[in-house]
Design a protein around this ligand. Sequence first.
Ligand SMILES: [Zn+2]
Length: 385
Amino acid sequence: MKYVVCVPDGCADEPIEALGGRTPLEVASMPTLSRLAARGEVGRAAVIPPGLPAGSDVGNMSIIGYDPAAYHTGRAPIEAAALGMRLSPDQVAYRCNLVTIGDDGTMVDFAGGHPSSEDAAEAIAALDKELGGGGVSFHAGVQYRHIVVAPAAWAEAECAPPHDLSDKPAVWPSGPAAPKLRALMNGSRDVLQRFDLAANQVWLWGQGFQPEMPSFRDRYGVRAGLCTAVDLVRGLGVLTGMDVVEVEGATGWFDTNYEGKRDAALRALGSDADLFLIHVEATDEAGHAGNLDEKIKALENWDSRILAGLVDGLDGLGPWRMLLLPDHPTPVRLKTHTSESVPYLLFDSSVEGRGGVYSEPATATAVTVPGHQLMGRLVSQRPGV
Ligand SMILES: [Zn+2]
């Protein structure tokens, strides 16, 4: 049996007036998905447990079959894992954005003008040299997204995600460790002004300790791989011992290499992987941009450029099962994530299921199951899923 997990990030949405009260999933032409849903099982999954942020870190942790209520310690340590870092028990990791704050204290750009990774790395190296030490260190990541490691006591703070502060007064950290964090953030201004960057300081948030997640193979008894352009998903793969496959042209944007991801899945499943997860960010980005056309187009790309060929390829490998669901909704009207439950599809190529329609309204009255339990059903030995 081969297993494939499909994650169209943030694809779930709301009924939209411009679509005659239908959702993007209902409007998009997705003949392959419709065919699978018609003989699979569709239902409703809670991927964001109550009390946890509606982030891709939490939602994707549910999808790979780990209860975020038990395993989620914060966002930064997952991204640190994607950079190959492992924290010791006396360390906490913070996400360190390069941001642009206006003279009036407004969060002008949480992405600091989107610097190149190379330019950012020079600035991060300078920050580490001048502000590091005493257990504090800066680690360069991708573009505006970096990591600061600090002593464990620094974890005690309330920190606002900078993308939630866009065009609003920047709310600085509060709590016992806040003075240290504020000092570091303030100190970064002097260093960064020497660089030709739009960013004028760092912003620390998303802190957490090293998550201790049992390996995917130990937990589910299958060899797994994944492909993604997103550090958080890559980090979850690293933390659970999945094989993280790099796909050329995987951009995390509308122009991503859909066929490359499909082919990476089929290649892995055709050799020694039992399970492969395909993550595509484009649907989420379209939601954040409030771009309805791109959201529909990204869904149609999923169907024509991934699912159609994937199904053909999987049929050639023998019996297979699929789990498809997003990690949270990203409604185009709201331009941000919500904690609503999402539709899921479970499909078994050798079992005729009850069948249904894969959309938000079609699953609205279904009993909601915890998202992290679906992986166990996917790989269960029992016939049917
Ligand atoms: Zn997401």
